[in-house]
Design a protein around this ligand. Structure first.
Ligand SMILES: [Zn+2]
Length: 95
């Protein structure tokens, strides 16, 4: 198990805001990301709509709130893990 830190910098326009980690279970194509929720990480919530779950994040500094479909989050997590990256800046996501 490892974790991917979730932050926002509003594309470099404000200092790092920590939104909470994604816990990553498994490896290879079997990676399973989970957002930790709760009071410690108020910037990250997950909700299930119809069909696939959508993970919502909200930056407390700039209000940016990308909604990341579960399938995309899996893909991003696999790519980041493979590349040895440990930090996801939500302001660089295309949402
Ligand atoms: Zn921000």
């Amino acid at each position: 198990m490892s974790t991917l830190k979730v932050i926002c910098t509003n594309r470099g326009r404000h200092p790092r805001a920590r939104l909470g980690p994604i816990t990553v279970d498994g490896g290879g194509s079997d990676v399973r990301p989970r957002f930790e929720r709760g009071r410690r990480h108020p910037g990250v919530t997950a909700r299930t709509g119809r069909g696939q779950a959508v993970y919502e994040t909200r930056c407390p500094r700039c209000g940016r709130n990308p909604r990341i479909p579960e399938g995309d989050l899996f893909r991003i997590t696999v790519e980041y893990k493979a590349a040895g990256r440990d930090t996801l800046d939500i302001s660089h996501l295309p949402y």
